[in-house]
Design a protein around this ligand. Structure first.
Ligand code: FES
Length: 87
């Protein structure tokens, strides 16, 4: 499990092992659009302010993965204990 901080809305939520970041965010009351749910369409792109995303999408190229400033929350997770998102 890892924690997400929703910086703009000043909320925090823990993402359980079997839960997606998207589900956790919605559970915390955040409205994030999604479509494919499989990391291919790009709809759920979310800006990462801090932490190391574990990219599991099929969209970002290597340089974008390395940059770590954006993630697709329907599939991607976290390598750090905490991710800070611009939500
Ligand atoms: Fe399609 Fe996340 S909903 S990439």
């Amino acid at each position: 499990a890892f924690d997400i901080e929703l910086r703009r809305s000043r909320r925090r939520v823990t993402v359980a092992p079997r839960q997606s970041v998207l589900e956790a965010l919605r559970g915390a009351g955040a409205s994030v659009l999604s479509s494919c749910g499989q990391g291919v369409c790009g709809t759920c792109e979310t800006t990462v302010l801090d932490g190391l995303p574990d990219h599991r999408d099929s969209i970002l190229d290597d340089a974008e993965r390395e940059a770590g400033d954006s993630m697709f929350v329907c599939v991607s997770r976290s390598l750090s204990d905490r991710l800070v998102l611009d939500l």
